[in-house]
Design a protein around this ligand. Structure first.
Ligand code: FE2
Ligand code: FE2
Length: 298
């Protein structure tokens, strides 16, 4: 436990996070940066940006509820202290993505309705499965569901988004990069802490594997909804037209996991994202002694 405490202490968190990569940021980015004009001016692109950001807020609210809830049932104090830092990280993520909604023009009085209307039902189900375990004070299932499944997903989605936003939207890209650094720490904790607990309680394995399988199904269903509705092609077309009209060059290269995010087919993007997340799950679950369970493909 001593090594474990060193890596995940509040002291380490203060040094690397608030006094490290977040120093001098404002809502996760350099002060003064704004959303690109086109995002604010084109109603379709704006609508898409709001919907995407709503999914991030919904996921982060779930992570906040889960990490805060797990403090109460953690079996040791170093874990409780780490989870306290994580709860603050997640609260920050909720705040910075909520701030992005305001920056995109969502009124404070419309926030809850906007989230309720636009949160993907499959993502909502994914979150409910996890929070059920947390609310039953099931630490092992809760940590696997949160720090491996939810955060493994979030980490990869954020990396993909970051790669696609880096040139076109530095404000959002910077917000994402601080979040990615936080998520990396959270997944590390899950793996480090839960492996020994699974060894001590092998009878928990079937239940944890069932949770992973169900959550994975709803995650893939969320991705399917996102990539199969034609919105990506429409957005690209609008970006292309706007660049042409302004006499600017259209971004052609933005590679991530071997696919070109700027012009790959949406089906190819969905496959790259799903495969990257699932590979990550298999590796991390394998390290803690859990066999990855394949759900049916939505
Ligand atoms: Fe988060
Ligand atoms: Fe997290």
């Amino acid at each position: 436990m001593a090594d474990f405490l060193d890596g995940y202490s509040i002291q380490r968190w203060l040094e690397s996070c608030p006094n490290g990569y977040l120093i001098d940021t404002e809502y996760g980015h350099e002060p003064g940066l704004t959303e690109p004009e086109l995002v604010l001016e084109d109603p379709f692109i704006l609508d898409q940006a709001i919907s995407l950001t709503v999914q991030l807020v919904a996921g982060e609210r779930c992570a906040l509820h889960a990490s805060a809830g797990l403090i109460g049932c953690a079996p040791d104090h170093p874990s409780k202290r780490f989870l306290a830092t994580q709860a603050l990280d997640e609260a920050r993520h909720v705040e910075i993505f909520t701030q992005r909604l305001f920056d995109l023009g969502v009124k404070k009085s419309e926030l809850e309705d906007t989230i309720a209307e636009r949160a993907n039902p499959n993502l909502v189900k994914f979150a409910e499965l996890l929070l059920e375990k947390v609310d039953k004070r099931d630490f092992v299932a809760g940590v696997v569901g949160q720090n491996i499944v939810l955060e493994g997903m979030a980490f990869t989605v954020f990396e993909m988004l970051h790669a696609s936003m880096q040139t076109g939207n530095p404000k959002f890209a910077q917000t994402l990069s601080g979040t990615i650094a936080d998520e990396r720490r959270h997944v590390g904790f899950g793996e480090n802490r839960i492996g020994s607990l699974i060894k001590e309680q092998p009878e928990k394995k079937p239940e944890v594997e069932r949770l992973q399988k169900e959550m994975t199904y709803y995650m893939l269903a969320t991705f399917a909804d996102r990539f199969r509705d034609g919105a990506i092609a429409e957005q690209r077309e609008r970006f292309r037209k706007a660049a042409e009209e302004a006499g600017e060059e259209v971004i052609q290269e933005s590679e991530w996991q071997g696919v070109n995010l700027a012009n790959a087919d949406p089906a190819e993007l969905e496959a790259a994202l799903s495969e990257t997340v699932l590979k990550e799950f298999k590796t991390r679950l394998g390290r803690i002694g859990i066999d990855y369970q394949t759900p049916v493909r939505p």
